[in-house]
Design a protein around this ligand. Structure first.
Ligand code: GP9
Ligand code: MN
Length: 686
């Protein structure tokens, strides 16, 4: 104990002595003086990145984003540290050279943001050639002072450099040890920033970064310099992917579709039933089928969705087939009957491929296809990809009035979104004979944290108990209150009520007369499996979940979880109730079956769809997931575990399992090849 005391004391006096020395000899001042040019370079480039965020994202909290500041400083200092490997006289060129790159990044992004309300991407460069008017506009825009502001710092750096040169500052030849010490100091600062950078990082940040979920989010979280570096890598990836293997891909593709007819030869009861009618597709964010059967204190979580499902065609075993592209993958699969790509996302990396999409086919039939989503158009690269998919116009955030008060979660609340969309829909309806519209909801988005804005929907258990004296009192068990899943139900209840209001508003505006509503849940709530434990295993007495060995324990295993990810798919018209179309379809169905199913009803056909008309394939259908797993009416098959989980009493043979697994693999390969090698365009050209 005493020895430790002595040691601590010694360390204390040593540190004190060092600090005194640093103070006495003005070492810090000396250090900064000695590295003046390095810090001028750091300051200027970090300030520039901050100014860029301010001009682009505007709000003060964004512009002072601590995490972006740390990231930008970390990159600039890290790159700068390597400048110490050079002799002092070569350093100005090094720092000025990198500043040219940093300033260029800021200026290009500043200009780009004005046009596209998004940060620049290398992959978009080739898009410029298609946009004739942009050239003109860029010239006009270059004159905007805000884009030139970044040059101020750069000019300052040159001036500082000149002044220092005059004073012979760069001529002092350092000994190797001094050079090393300087480099070590800046690397240590970058290291400290890196530690802050990593400890403030959440797993979600990483996945959003990799898939370029939302560029604004990435810049706010990772800073502009890291964003641009990652953009270059993701932009080059599709090019590299499509460089090899074309011949084989084309061969497989031809083989795959060789027996498929060029026109729709399948005729059934539903062929052309909706021909000529308007279509309004509702992309219902994170809506899950399982929640439709849940009630809390006698109240349904989704009364409006339930009503629609009871009045229309309800596909109760419908699965979304998303990969990392979540919402965007759902849109892709829904409108093209293709699967998400194996790497990257189609919306971000393969927006310039040819797609045979529902909106583009309907356009050829005289429809006006459009999409509406009150988020930034750059989110998931929609502003670009929706054009590729054939939508004439994307009504994005800029078309809506978004205030702090009408915002929930990621942006404009669903109720407001629908309300503000009605006049736009009326206008479209007036000007076009037929139309196809996609409306993307937003409020019911993870992390479902805006609880106070969802309205009152208790997810607890209230019970009236009779006391021994005969009186009654109310007991409340917290159940799902305060849990993530509980908050999801509250959020879902809000989204559902927005949906209900919207249908009423559409009706009042006369927009339901000739319109078919097609609603799909884009994917599940993306909550971990253990979140469902409490839902299915709640023990009121203890306010805990049942132990695994309790006979009442209901294991929510990984298969139940996978099967529980079902999303609703509903085709509904105002007058369907009670007709022969008012029914529940229980055969398994995937998002890729939507295009062929609707195609048969509305009169369009895509030979290269990977799904099927559900009324044609019926109980033989297979839903393939991007992982290679698949589900049919009999089993859910997990490819990595090579295990099947029965979902009906009907047995399945090993042979059938093997055939289906091979089918799934081929389908995923051909889908990926179609997108990566742009096979639909090449095929059309031949
Ligand atoms: C963003 C919204 C959400 O505009 O569609 O996308 P997600 O995170 O669900 O993929
Ligand atoms: Mn989504």
């Amino acid at each position: 104990m005493n020895r430790l005391k002595v040691k601590v004391k010694r360390l204390y006096t040593k540190t004190k002595r060092q600090l005194k020395r640093i103070k006495k000899e003005h070492l810090i001042r000396e250090y900064f003086k000695d590295n003046m040019f390095f810090y001028a370079y750091v300051l200027i480039n970090v300030v520039n990145a901050t100014i860029l965020r301010f001009f682009c994202i505007h709000s003060l909290e964004n512009y002072l984003s601590f995490r972006a500041l740390v990231s930008d400083a970390m990159i600039v200092i890290l790159i700068g540290a390597f400048g110490y490997l050079l002799k002092p006289k070569s350093r100005p060129a090094y720092y000025i050279g990198f500043s040219v790159i940093f300033v260029a990044i800021c200026m290009i992004n500043s200009i780009y943001y004005t046009f596209y309300t998004s940060f620049a991407s290398l992959s978009m460069l080739e898009l410029m050639q298609y946009v004739g008017q942009v050239g003109d506009a860029v010239v006009k825009n270059v004159l905007q002072p805000k884009d030139l502001v970044y040059l101020i710092g750069f000019i300052l750096l040159i001036v500082i450099c000149k002044k220092l040169k005059k004073k012979n500052y760069f001529k002092k030849v350092e000994v190797k040890s001094v050079r090393r010490r300087k480099m070590f100091t800046s690397l240590s600062i970058a290291g400290v920033l890196a530690i802050i950078f990593f400890i403030t990082m959440k797993p979600l940040d990483v996945t959003r970064f990799v898939k370029q979920w939302n560029k604004e989010y990435i810049v706010m979280r990772f800073g502009i310099y890291i964003y641009q570096g990652e953009d270059i890598v993701t932009s080059l990836q599709p090019k590299i992917n499509s460089m090899f293997g074309y011949d084989q891909a084309k061969k497989n593709f031809d083989e795959y579709f060789k027996d498929k007819p060029d026109t729709n030869t399948n005729k059934n009861k539903y062929t052309d039933i909706f021909k000529g009618k308007n279509i309004l597709v509702i992309h219902a964010e994170s809506m899950m089928t399982n929640a439709m059967s849940l009630k809390f204190n006698g109240q349904e979580v989704t009364p409006n969705l339930n009503k629609m499902s009871k009045e229309g065609m309800f596909f109760s075993n419908f699965y979304s087939q998303v990969s990392v592209g979540t919402s965007s993958d759902s849109e892709l699969t829904n409108t093209t009957s293709l699967m998400p790509t194996k790497s990257g996302t189609a919306f971000v990396s393969y927006y310039n491929r040819t797609y045979i999409s529902t909106p583009s086919m309907l356009k050829e039939m005289g429809y006006y296809p459009f999409s509406m989503h009150a988020n930034n158009g750059s989110f998931w690269n929609r502003s670009v990809m929706h054009a590729s998919l054939g939508y004439e116009k994307l009504y994005d955030k800029s078309e809506y009035e978004v205030t702090k008060d009408n915002t929930i979660g990621l942006g404009l609340s669903d109720k407001e979104f629908f309300k503000q969309s009605i006049p736009k829909l009326q206008e479209i309806n007036k000007e076009n004979e037929k139309w196809y519209g996609l409306m993307i909801m937003l409020s019911n988005h993870t992390p479902f944290a805006d609880v106070e804005k969802y309205g009152d929907f208790p997810v607890d258990i209230k019970e009236t108990v009779t006391n021994p004296d005969g009186t009654t009192s109310e007991v409340t068990y917290p159940y799902m209150e305060g849990t993530k899943l509980g908050n999801y139900f509250k959020s879902l209840h809000y989204a559902d009520s927005a949906l209900g209001e919207f249908l009423t508003e559409l009706d009042e505006a006369g927009l339901l007369e000739n319109t078919v509503i097609v609603l799909y849940g884009d994917h599940d709530a993306r909550l971990p499996r253990n979140n469902y434990d409490r839902l299915y295993n709640y023990n009121k007495e203890t306010n805990e979940t049942y132990e695994e060995n309790d006979p009442r324990y209901n294991e929510y295993n990984s298969y139940k979880y996978e099967l529980g990810r079902k999303v609703p798919f509903i085709i509904w018209t105002k007058d369907m109730k009670g007709t022969s179309l008012n029914m529940e379809i229980t055969d398994v169905m995937g998002m890729y079956d939507v295009q062929p199913t609707l195609g048969n009803m509305f009169g369009f056909y895509n030979k290269y769809s990977l799904g099927h008309d559900i009324f044609d394939i019926g109980s033989n259908n297979i839903v393939v997931f991007p992982s290679g797993n698949w589900v049919n009416n009999k089993v859910y098959y997990n490819i990595s575990k090579q295990e099947s989980y029965p979902i009906s009493t009907e047995a399945i043979s090993q042979e059938e399992i093997d055939t289906n697994t091979e089918y799934a693999n081929k389908l995923l390969d051909v889908s990926n090849d179609i997108i990566v090698f742009n096979l639909l365009r090449k095929d059309e050209e031949e």
